[in-house]
Design a protein. Structure first.
Length: 756
């Protein structure tokens, strides 16, 4: 941040997300390592306090509550984190609505759980299992609010306190020889503590206050949005949890106990990728909308981190399974299952990177299909292997299912990224491509044959082929002023004939252009705004901020109110210009800039010069309103003299719309006064504006005077020739600083419009 720029305001959600996510990952991961060590002691005491068959009943009940909880979730957990990360000010509203719906759905969840436990003969555990299920669901929801706003210090404290509380309860149960029911209530108590803790933290930090709210339109919208997440959650829960109930049903309670004990270390280590995913997911969700170019880079780092952590653990556990099983005081029968399950750990780690990619980029349906095929594979493998190999067959089925899931996710995530550094957004519409006539809109078609340009005489310039500014396959995301999210640019269909000199004025289409800058070079452009219109009505608008990396002049900032924080995530000038040239194709460019400053910026650096006809409203006003020849009327003055209902505001789109209204009013008077009927009539009376920004050479001038030769001078702007070749092509480097235009006209430092 340059020293002469004030601290950015308002705060931009995506600013510093990467470093904040790294800090949060370190803090939460460290806390969860401590918590998992405590949890490991808890599991050791629990396994040794219960017989194998009773521990099998306990683990099966835990899995059944997880399966029944899909009715409570409805896909809203992931949706809550994603939307909360994008709209922090709406978190309380989202939280209260989801809490209210979850309370109603708990009735349905109770019936589902009752059916499941009754089917397996665990009816005596229904009530504690129900409370465990509901309290776990609410604790997860409240916890997710902190993940959405990336304030995870309190989460780090919570995981340690929760684990310590549960360890104390299990130690008490072990010493007093309690049964399965007590331990289920102990887990429920742990989640009740979590609910209370997070409710207090959210209120104290003014993130959200717990309450009840039921907005049917919002919940209906979220239901359809979250349906893929809900289906995915159902499939994922069944995929992860169905094996232990199948072992319980096909083999015995004792076999389920052996398998559950072997699965526990693997399940405990899965907190590492899940912690990374829960922290990185909100960042990816924001990057997908605001900074799409950085999303794939973040995913690549995420994938490599999980790979480097997961596979060494997988190999280590496989090699050391037997001594590790003894160290954990598990029964000897669990060691072979632990060795087999270790092979699944590496795949489970890296799969979380693909899950984050698909969910954050609004491609949750792809994850749903991948989870569905994995579930089919898991059930089929379990049914084939458990009857013959028992719980060892279930272990093999788990490994093979992780391989199937990984292959599916990798393929779908790769297609989503499409080999580029930005994932295509699926959000339709936006200010960048607004059209007053909806029938004239269509999505950008990358294979449209490009049309040739036209000059002001109506002759086609060259054969059809790539034109200056033609869109590349990479999508362009615009950032209109005041918009919270990037919007994909949509090309406006042009069904009118291309404008030529013989085109009637009433049939021609025009594009009024305005820019806000902090200097006189393309890399100093801050905002572009344009209106495409006819003499009868506006057709469409183009509006975007531009990512300017240079310091913003304080005087210019005071006029156009653009600061550095507003430009984060905005497209670079070359991308914004590429979109604008497609937007303006085939139209006459109109600008309120007596030395063609705006169109010069657009054309500078192109491989071929701009071929659009260009009309300057200052020259048009001097001719139509009989103003003195040397006078440059400001935009506000013309608006006032013509009695137009618009106020120039030093914002690119607003000033472009004002320029369009001024142009229409001036042309109406000129048609009555001068009899103009075609575009050629206007262009013949108003020579094409030309800008000469070549720095004067004092040495050459002095040498000429010494030889008695008159120095060459640039022609006056009013006498510039029409359609001078390469009038807007790359110009020699000029002296930096305020442009001559601003020095002459006393403009605001915002070349998009002159002051009144």
């Amino acid at each position: 941040m340059p020293d002469n720029d004030p601290p950015p305001e308002p705060q931009v959600p995506s600013l510093g997300l990467g470093s904040r996510a790294l800090r949060n990952t370190i803090v939460v991961l460290a806390a969860k390592v401590v918590a998992r060590l405590i949890a490991l002691l808890t599991v050791i005491y629990l396994v040794n306090s219960l017989t194998a068959d009773r521990y099998g009943s306990f683990t099966v009940l835990i899995n059944l509550t997880a399966i029944a909880s899909v009715v409570l979730d409805l896909g809203f957990n992931v949706l809550f984190v994603r939307e909360g990360a994008r709209h922090h000010d709406e978190i309380q509203r989202y939280l209260r609505n989801v809490m209210s719906l979850r309370l109603l759905m708990s009735i349905v969840a109770f019936l589902v759980l009752a059916a499941l436990v009754g089917l397996l003969g665990l009816g005596d555990l229904l009530i504690p299992g129900f409370f465990l299920m509901v309290l776990t669901s609410y604790a997860t929801l409240l916890r997710n609010a902190l993940y959405a706003v990336q304030q995870l210090r309190f989460e780090a404290v919570a995981v340690v306190l929760e684990s310590a509380l549960l360890l104390g309860l299990v130690l008490y149960g072990s010493r007093t020889h309690q049964g399965v029911t007590f331990y289920v209530w102990a887990y429920a108590t742990q989640n009740a503590f979590s609910c209370l803790y997070f409710a207090v933290v959210l209120a104290v930090k003014r993130i959200a206050v717990i309450g009840w709210r039921f907005e049917l339109p919002l919940l209906r919208e979220w239901f359809w949005k979250g349906l893929p997440f809900a289906l995915t959650f159902v499939l994922t829960i069944l995929y992860f949890r169905i094996d232990q109930p199948l072992v319980y049903a096909i083999q015995s309670k004792t076999a389920a106990g052996y398998y559950g004990a072997a699965y526990k270390p693997i399940e405990s280590l899965l907190f590492i990728p899940m912690t990374f995913l829960s922290i990185v997911f909100p960042v990816l969700s924001v990057y997908h909308r605001e900074r799409p170019r950085e999303m794939v880079d973040t995913l690549s780092r995420f994938y490599k981190a999980l790979l480097l952590m997961g596979w060494p653990m997988s190999v280590g556990i496989y090699v050391l399974a037997v001594p590790l099983n003894h160290a954990l005081h598990f029964r000897d029968q669990s060691a072979p299952a632990l060795q087999i399950l270790a092979l699944a750990l590496g795949f489970a780690f890296v799969n979380n990177a693909f899950i984050g990619a698909l969910s954050a980029s609004d491609r949750q349906s792809s994850f749903t299909w991948a989870a569905a095929w994995s579930l089919v594979a898991n059930v089929a493998l379990n049914l084939a292997l458990i009857p013959r190999f028992g719980y060892l067959g279930a272990s093999v089925a788990t490994v093979l299912t992780e391989v199937v899931l990984g292959a599916q996710l990798a393929d779908r995530a790769g297609r989503a990224c499409d080999g580029r550094c930005d994932l295509p957004a699926e959000q339709p519409g936006g200010i960048g491509g607004r059209d007053s006539d909806r029938r004239r809109r269509h999505r950008l078609r990358r294979r449209d044959p490009p049309a040739a340009g036209v000059d002001w005489r109506g002759d086609r310039v060259g054969p059809p082929g790539p034109r200056a500014g033609a869109m590349s396959p990479k999508p362009v995301f615009l950032k209109p002023r005041g918009a919270a999210e990037l919007v994909p640019w949509e090309e406006i269909a042009v069904d009118a004939p291309e404008v030529g000199g013989r085109t009637a004025l009433e049939d021609a289409q025009f594009v009024a252009l305005d820019m806000e800058t902090t200097g006189n070079a393309p890399f100093l452009v801050l905002e572009m705004g344009a209106e495409r219109f006819t003499l009868d009505r506006p057709l469409s608008f183009f509006d975007t901020l531009v990512d300017c990396r240079a310091p913003i002049n304080p005087y210019a900032r005071k006029r156009h109110h653009i600061d550095r924080s507003m430009l984060i995530g905005a497209p670079e000038f070359k991308d914004a210009r590429r979109a604008f040239l497609r937007f303006a194709h085939g139209a006459v460019l109109v600008e309120h800039s007596h030395d063609a400053f705006d169109t010069w910026l657009v054309g500078r650096g192109l491989e071929s010069p701009l071929e659009h006809p260009i009309i300057d409203t200052t020259a048009l006003a001097r001719l139509v309103l009989d103003l003195p020849k040397g006078q440059t009327p400001g935009l506000a003055r013309l608006v006032s003299e013509l009695g137009l209902d618009v106020t120039p505001a030093h914002a690119a789109l607003d000033d472009a719309r004002a320029t369009a209204m001024v142009f229409r009013a001036l042309i109406a008077r000129a048609r009555e006064k001068l009899g103009w009927s075609t575009v050629g009539d206007v262009l013949a009376a108003l020579p094409r504006p030309v800008v000469d920004r070549t720095a004067p050479s004092r040495r050459a001038s002095a040498a000429s005077r010494a030889q008695g030769v008159r120095a060459r001078t640039a022609p006056p702007q009013s006498a510039a020739p029409a359609a001078t070749p390469r009038a807007t092509s790359r110009a020699p480097s000029g002296r930096r600083g305020r442009s001559s235009r601003r020095r002459r006209s006393g403009s605001s430092g915002s070349p998009g419009g002159s002051p009144g």
